[in-house]
Design a protein around this ligand. Structure first.
Ligand code: SAM
Length: 262
């Protein structure tokens, strides 16, 4: 039967990550799911359709505005799906345990202590339950970072270069994710990376690219104390996209099961 709540076809970022998440997730009708960093409901709506009325999906996001938007999309549909405000790093201990925990484009926001946040979250799995998180892993857009670093070096921007190095070192890697899942005692641990190309032209198209501007380019601006210098730097960089394209993201999924019977 065709899905009434498919993953959105025209989303070049959330959907490819969510496809990888669904590829790893073992889901059955009647399952209970905690979806963290739920945002606009990718993949919460799709998951709710899959578990059906005998299941339950609790979709949590830290931003009230996101929760309100998702509730308005939901309307009266699938009452077993519930959007709530919450911080995935410190969820209340009163929350029940779930068969599945999912988080599309989530793990990079487990800062500042990713291991602690992961450990807290795993506590909400039932024995035999599975956790699947996706995130852009170390290596994402490396061609851009190399070009930015080279330009900063040429302009002798020492402080900005230091801030860039700090940012780059803080990114989560696939290896780290695998090690942590194993350290937490999870079984059948799988961490996979699939490359994903993001297309952009020069100038405004690069600077205002909906995906790049929302996160990655802001991270470059944040390396600068002087924002007018940052703008000038970015304008120049935007004329030079040929030197750092293709832009490749590392689409990473981490999955593991808590020991025990479902
Ligand atoms: C990149 S979006 C992903 C949204 C959705 N899962 C998707 O794939 O489109 C990340 C979401 O994580 C939320 N977020 C960031 N930090 C969070 C936290 N500590 N707890 C819960 N949600 C958080 C943001 O508000 C944002 O909606």
């Amino acid at each position: 039967m065709a899905s009434s709540w498919p993953l959105p076809e025209n989303d070049p970022w959330s959907t490819p990550f969510a496809q990888l998440l669904m590829h790893h997730l073992e889901l059955q009708p009647g399952d209970t799911v905690l979806d963290i960093a739920a945002g606009g409901g990718v993949p919460a709506f799709h998951l709710a359709e899959q578990v059906g009325p005998n299941g339950k999906v609790l979709a949590v996001d830290i931003h009230q505005g996101q929760v309100v938007r998702s509730r308005s999309i939901q309307g009266q549909h699938m009452p077993w799906l519930q959007f709530e405000v919450g911080d995935m790093r410190v969820l209340p201990p009163t929350l029940p345990r779930f068969n599945r925990i999912t988080g599309n484009l989530s793990f990079m926001f487990f800062r500042p202590n990713r291991f602690e946040a992961l450990k807290n979250l795993v506590q909400f799995l039932k024995p035999g339950g599975q956790i699947v998180l996706t995130f852009p892993s170390l290596g994402t857009f490396d061609s851009l970072w190399v070009r930015v670093d080279e330009e900063m070096k040429q302009r002798n921007l020492l402080k900005e270069r230091g801030a860039l190095v700090e940012y780059l070192e803080e990114r989560p890697s696939a290896n780290q994710a695998k090690q942590w899942l194993e350290e937490l005692g999870l079984e059948r641990v799988e961490v996979t990376e699939w490359p994903l190309e993001i297309f952009t032209g020069p100038g405004r198209e690069f600077l205002e690219h909906p995906l790049l501007r929302g996160g990655f380019l802001d991270d470059i601006y944040e390396c600068f104390e002087d924002q007018s210098l940052a703008h000038e730097f970015m304008e120049d960089l935007s004329q030079d996209v040929g030197r750092f394209t293709p832009l490749l993201a590392q689409r990473c999924a981490m999955s593991g099961f808590l020991p025990g019977q479902k």
